[in-house]
Design a protein around this ligand. Structure first.
Ligand SMILES: Cc1cc2nc3c(=O)[nH]c(=O)nc-3n(C[C@H](O)[C@H](O)[C@H](O)COP(=O)(O)O)c2cc1C
Length: 362
């Protein structure tokens, strides 16, 4: 099956087209250092033949804390620990990338007593939190923090770095006409709203060199009135290509709500049961030359195989189904093609860490 064929993205070789999409485990300590429980999770995924493992989002600033138990990558003290992690994954022949993120106002966690940046003055829709509008100098500092974090990612032995550009976090808010009410060179036209992302990619590229893969996870549509439309997202993907991105992971921001939205239409595309954003990603993959992966709602290998043949999509991100069955990739590769057990019920976030509460208890 094509699903189990390798993919090469610059210096990175993935032994199949299954990506463990970024999954915050809520198991790091307060400062962002990994726990042994987390090492065990990554060992399990690598041992069970996931082609590319993406870490949960790692914070690039010490004071930026969108969620409890996140990983950190804001200084060099993390490198030895991540070296241990990447060596472990490589011993199993796996590939691993780190997702780096600045969260922003989509948080309810420890919101007092710290500066939380936003593009402008619009409160986040789910948390109702307003941030501090960024000055141009704040933006330049953040670009530098992204680049420094990416350099640490490379020095830690990760095969690639992924920028979190989706899910209503800060970069998604810059891109979105709903959240970005700036009237300077970082707001207004799509080119202006995209500027911060372009600067981050170019600053990272300077630090990591031409052969190192830089990925980005994007939202294909904000899925609300006056938000980022699919047409704009498509144009953003073409801009990403010009900025030198190496992999685009297409996502959205509806995972918790997906069961209710299946079958609905947005921007002329349908939310599918098997792969919510497949139709969006398919069009993006036709419009750019860089590899496109799509994440959200996957769990049936036969359907993924069909999608690989009828579109230019290169691979699939899976999060919840791998919390439920960490051995899923190995099971499929070994010939048991029964779809994932995961119900996509999104009950996997708990205060004691994120795990499948339906099939695993604790
Ligand atoms: C517990 C949990 C943690 C997640 N953490 C992240 C994260 O750190 N970064 C990210 O981009 N997406 C994160 N996601 C979203 C997933 O990567 C994925 O986009 C979403 O769950 C849809 O894919 P699925 O249907 O295969 O679960 C998380 C999802 C879950 C369930």
């Amino acid at each position: 099956m094509k699903l189990f064929q390798p993919v090469t993205i610059k210096s990175m070789v993935c032994k199949n087209r299954i990506l463990r999409s970024a999954t915050w485990e809520a198991l790091s300590d307060h400062d962002g250092y990994m726990s042994e429980k987390q090492f065990a999770i990554y060992r399990e995924l690598a041992k069970n033949k996931v082609g590319l493992i993406c870490t949960g989002y790692a914070r690039i600033c010490r004071d930026e804390y969108p969620n409890a138990g996140m990983m950190g990558i804001y200084d060099d003290s993390f490198i030895p620990q991540y070296k241990r992690l990447t060596d472990m994954v490589h011993e199993y022949g796996g590939a691993i990338m780190m997702q780096i993120a600045y969260g922003g106002t989509k948080t309810t966690y420890k919101t007092e007593g710290r500066i939380i940046f936003a593009p402008g003055n619009i409160p986040e829709r789910s948390t109702n939190l307003s941030g501090v509008p960024m000055t141009v100098s704040d933006i330049q500092d953040l670009v530098g923090q992204y680049a420094d974090a990416a350099e640490r990612v490379k020095r830690s032995g990760f095969d690639a770095v992924e920028i979190h550009g989706g899910h209503s976090y800060l970069l998604n808010q810059f891109l979105s006409p709903y959240y970005n009410d700036r009237d300077d060179e970082y707001g207004g036209s799509l080119e202006n709203r995209y500027r911060i992302v372009d600067e981050i990619i170019k600053a990272i590229r300077e630090k990591v060199g031409n052969e190192y893969p830089i990925a980005i996870k994007i939202t294909c549509s904000d899925f609300f009135e006056n938000g980022l439309s699919f047409r704009e997202s498509l144009a953003i993907c073409q801009m990403l290509e010009r900025s030198g991105i190496d992999l685009i992971e297409v996502s959205g921001n509806i995972h918790g709500k997906a069961q209710k939205m299946i079958g609905q239409e947005f921007d002329g595309h349908t939310i599918r049961k098997d792969g919510y954003f497949y139709e969006y990603a398919r069009e993006i993959a036709d419009a750019v030359k860089v590899p496109v992966y799509v994440t959200g709602g996957f769990g049936n290998p036969e359907i993924m195989e069909t999608y690989l043949h009828e579109s230019a999509i290169e691979g699939f991100g899976i999060s919840r189904a791998l919390l439920c069955e960490p051995d899923l990739a190995d099971r499929w590769i070994s010939g048991d093609m029964i779809p994932a057990k995961c119900l996509h019920c999104s009950q996997c976030r708990t205060p004691e860490g994120n795990y499948c509460t339906v099939f695993h208890g604790k």
